[in-house]
Ligand binder design. Structure first.
Ligand SMILES: Cc1ncc(COP(=O)(O)O)c(C=O)c1O
Length: 424
């Protein structure tokens, strides 16, 4: 690829960093639940000349000339995302999930309004009311969690809190919750207390697109999501909404919270939505969930506790307290054998977030590179060995070699290896 050649010649130091990252992705196993490996087509769109174009505004109504081709790309992204998820209107410009949430909240409620959402400590997200995030700074957030016995959301408790607090918005969505979310019930609760229902399906958007998690779209006033997690597109956000909210959503995205849209990223979103419309995507998502179940079962068989007893989705939270280790130590132990995860609070965690008692594990990325249940069972055993044998240098080396061998059997971007000087 000529653009790569140019980069290699002009800036070897930066080129080496990118090549290093490719090598890391190829030789290690990515189990961070919010990550994925996009297609070459998505990266092609994102690395295109569309990065040069200013296009403030919306298709047909821009503040800049020369937008006829970027308009086409944005129209494609909008049409495809509506075909994929249904919904009345779409805005594909948010730069990220947090930007989408900011615009959506500002379209649904005035600053200082009350919002009821899931607590970050129990699996929610920073943009759902963390005191240092725009959400917590601008809105009066109240939080519900999971139940101590089941580690699941109890919708009766959410309803009771909603009746008492009368929030303007009920915000449903999570970063670390592994169970099905009951959107029809949340819609009933919102309607009973006169709240708007906003769903942030960032984590599960791909599962919803693939038909393996129920869709919030028919039930919510506004649905936001990221395009880069299970949905396997470029890093970015998007919004679906009912038509009555559309004018304000458009205005809250631009000029409300963003300037010029990232047209190259919007083109890459169009490419990803196009891929998600294909039948193979449905089968990919089925494997994501089956893989997660197989991995959870294997970890349980190895003596580890999975929060809530298992998973219905692409992710699970693993409680490491029985091994006498923190999430942070677990993250390090797995890093040493070439497996990437993140430490994560578990519900009612006695540890601070910087240490945490658990790790969050997800299957979207390894499913993309082709691993299936048989490999997930093998990987589960390797994870258990890596955690239990973390102080045994020989065992760490043995497990690391097996992980490298497994990763090597499932290359992610074989056609890029030569361009970046990687040895096969
Ligand atoms: C539920 C949820 N919402 C929003 C976001 C924010 O996305 P971004 O990092 O693109 O701002 C995330 C990211 O992890 C998330 O899990």
């Amino acid at each position: 690829m000529q653009s790569l050649e140019a980069l290699r010649e002009q800036d070897p130091e930066l080129f080496a960093a990118i090549a290093g990252e490719l090598q890391r992705q190829e030789t290690q196993l990515e189990l961070i639940a919010s990550e994925n490996h996009t297609s070459l087509a998505v990266m092609g769109a994102q690395g295109s000349v569309l990065t040069n174009k200013y296009a403030e505004g919306y298709p047909g109504k821009r503040y800049y000339g020369g937008c006829e081709f970027v308009d086409k790309a944005e129209e494609l992204a909008k049409a495809r995302v509506l075909e994929l998820f249904g919904g009345e209107r779409a805005n594909v410009q948010p730069h990220s999930g947090t930007q989408a949430n900011m615009a959506a909240l500002m379209a649904l409620a005035e600053p200082h309004s009350r919002v009821l959402a899931m607590s970050l400590d129990h699996g929610g997200h920073l943009s759902h009311g963390h005191p240092k995030n725009f959400s917590g700074l601008l809105y009066e957030f109240h939080h519900f969690g999971v139940e101590p016995e089941t580690e699941r959301i109890d919708t009766a408790r959410v309803a009771a809190m909603a009746r008492e607090l009368k929030p303007a918005v009920l915000l449903i969505g999570a970063s670390a919750y592994s169970r099905i979310l009951d959107f029809p019930r949340f819609a009933e609760i919102a309607s009973e207390v006169g709240a708007k229902l906003m769903v942030d399906m960032a984590h599960i958007a791909g599962l919803v697109a693939g038909g393996v998690h129920p869709s919030p779209v028919p039930h919510a006033d506004i649905v936001t999501f990221t395009t880069h997690k299970t949905l396997r597109g470029p890093r970015g956000g998007a919004i679906l909404c009912r038509k009555e909210h559309f004018p304000l959503v458009q205005s809250r995205v631009f000029p409300g919270t963003q300037g010029g849209p990232l047209m190259h990223v919007i083109a890459a979103k169009a490419a990803a939505f196009g891929e998600a419309l294909r039948p193979e995507f449905r089968s990919y998502q089925e494997h994501v969930v089956r893989n997660a179940r197989a991995l959870a079962e294997e970890l349980q068989a190895g003596g580890l506790r999975i929060v809530s007893g298992g998973t219905d989705t692409h992710l699970m939270l693993v409680d490491l307290r029985s091994l006498g280790m923190t999430g942070s130590e677990g993250e390090d132990a797995l890093h040493h054998v070439g497996i990437t995860v993140n430490k994560n609070l578990i519900p009612f965690d006695p540890q601070p977030a910087t240490k945490a008692s658990g790790v969050r594990i997800g299957t979207p990325a390894i499913t993309t590179r082709g691993l299936r249940e048989v490999e997930l069972r093998r990987l589960g055993k390797l994870i258990v060995r890596a955690l239990k044998g973390r102080s045994d240098a020989a065992e760490v080396q043995r497990v690391g070699a097996e992980v490298a061998e497994l990763a090597g059997s499932f290359p992610v971007y074989p056609s890029l290896h030569r361009d970046y000087g990687l040895r096969d």
